[in-house]
Design a protein around this ligand. Structure first.
Ligand code: GLY
Ligand code: MN
Ligand code: MN
Length: 441
């Protein structure tokens, strides 16, 4: 456990109160910690706490359960966690333990998780609504059903089992979508670390560099700042850039190729998500530059839509229009802007959307549409803007010079009261700026 400051303890207590208020009296909210996952025989993947659990507890241990019981006189915020075990701590490091959890995390009550079967049915009894992420953790789903059945078995003795089961995300996702000033500070830190990492990768590039060497540069900088990759870093040279979630990162680059780097740091749970595409040997070719300029223009068009009151989808529409127009001018598409937009011709070269919410999860929670319509942007929302163009290496419908070029440019944007702030705006983006940086500027 990282020690938590009093300021954070208070902020987390506020979040729990806000969630309980939204759920109302008569509700109970149940959130298990993420389970540990085996990677190989008896060793585990590096542990990553469930984002919701982290958001509400600041506790990064597995085998824990947060239970929120709004209006409960004997305490509303209850944690079940592992008991301390000196023999185990000698191998795995310090554990929180229920004795210290209350004080350390600012909770009302804490019990050993080994007692949960005895205690939870009593907490469920008399609560009408259960808020829970059904289907996220099948083992835990079964435990919950067991506890509920224990209450149901007591009906003739007067027990009142819950009547309604609700998706926890309805309330919690909406809270997480709007970032507080504290969260924005952490996201800015994740962004700053990621900017430095991308610069290190650009500086380390040269013809013949392996994709994994650039990955090593990125992740060296992440670790240097107590961060880690927020998702598997993508480093794709040449036509590998056209594989949207390329992860092999094993190829050797060749002179004259572009390399696409999509990598972001996770800092205190918060993700950054940046993509830059640059020439391994420091100079864009003519065709490469033309497509890079076009993707830059599409990103600028989308960014111009990032302000309160504008539909989220307006950014995607602006990017698509700019890309389509440019592809027509460069001769990669035929026809008029109107027909090319209407028949979605751009999808041949641009297969994804222009962004996603960003936060504790790299593809963060939150609705994109409300009652069938794109939701309007509001201050505190953070999302990526990441247009791209990917010309398949075997596309015989275009001139050879375009084939195998893959470009994406991705930045992280906060909606502010009067517009936006690009959290990752410090990183070189235009072809000229990238070349200057790579030349040692
Ligand atoms: N890095 C994954 C994405 O850009 O959505
Ligand atoms: Mn992204
Ligand atoms: Mn990305």
């Amino acid at each position: 456990m990282r020690p938590m400051t009093a300021h954070w303890r208070k902020a987390l207590a506020r979040r729990r109160r806000q969630l309980m208020q939204a759920a109302g009296d008569g509700a109970i909210l149940i959130l298990p910690a993420a389970p540990e996952r085996v990677r190989s025989r008896d060793t585990h993947y590096p542990y990553r706490q469930d984002s919701d659990f982290w958001y509400l507890t600041g506790c990064d241990e597995p085998d824990a359960v947060l239970v929120l019981v709004p209006g409960r006189a004997h305490g509303e915020a209850i944690l079940f966690c592992r008991e301390r075990d000196p023999a185990r701590e000698a191998w795995d490091g310090p554990m929180l333990g229920p004795e210290d959890a209350m004080e350390a995390l600012g909770l009302d009550d804490a019990y050993p998780v080994s007692d949960i079967d005895d205690i939870l049915p009593g907490l469920l009894e008399g609560r009408r609504r259960v808020h829970y992420h059904l289907g996220r953790d099948a083992d835990f789903d079964l435990k919950l059903i067991g506890w509920i059945n224990r209450v149901r078995a007591q009906v003739r003795q007067g027990a009142q089992p819950p009547q309604e089961f609700l998706e926890l995300g309805h309330l919690l996702d909406e809270m997480r979508l709007f970032k507080s000033a504290d969260e924005i500070k952490l996201m800015q830190r994740a962004a700053d670390i990621s900017v430095e990492a991308h610069r290190a990768a650009m500086r380390a590039a040269r013809a013949g560099v392996h994709e994994y060497e650039l990955q090593a540069e990125l992740e060296r900088v992440f670790r240097l700042h107590d961060a880690q990759p927020a998702y598997a870093s993508i480093v794709g040279a040449g036509a590998n850039a056209c594989v949207l979630h390329y992860r092999a990162n094993a190829a050797k680059s060749r002179a004259g190729e572009l390399v696409l780097v999509d990598a972001g740091a996770e800092y205190r749970g918060y993700a950054a998500d940046i993509t830059r595409t640059f020439p391994v040997d420091g100079r864009f070719g003519k065709a490469q530059r033309a497509l890079h300029d076009l993707v830059c223009a599409a990103q600028a068009a989308a960014l111009a839509q990032a302000r309160p009151g504008v539909p989220y989808e307006a950014g995607h529409r602006a990017a698509v229009e700019t890309l389509t127009d440019g592809l027509l001018s460069l001769g990669l598409l035929k026809g008029t802007l109107k027909t090319a937009l209407a028949d979605g011709a751009y999808k041949r070269y641009y297969r994804h959307k222009t962004g996603h919410w960003l936060g504790l999860d790299v593809h963060d929670v939150g609705e994109y549409r409300i009652d069938g319509a794109s939701r309007l942007l509001e201050p505190g929302m953070v999302f990526t803007i990441e247009p791209g163009l990917y010309v398949p290496a075997d596309d015989a419908t275009v001139e050879a010079k375009w084939r195998g070029i893959g470009i994406r440019i991705e930045d992280d944007v906060l909606v502010t009261d009067d517009g936006h702030r690009v959290l990752t705006g410090a990183l070189e983006r235009s072809a000229d700026d990238v070349e200057r940086l790579m030349a040692g500027g």
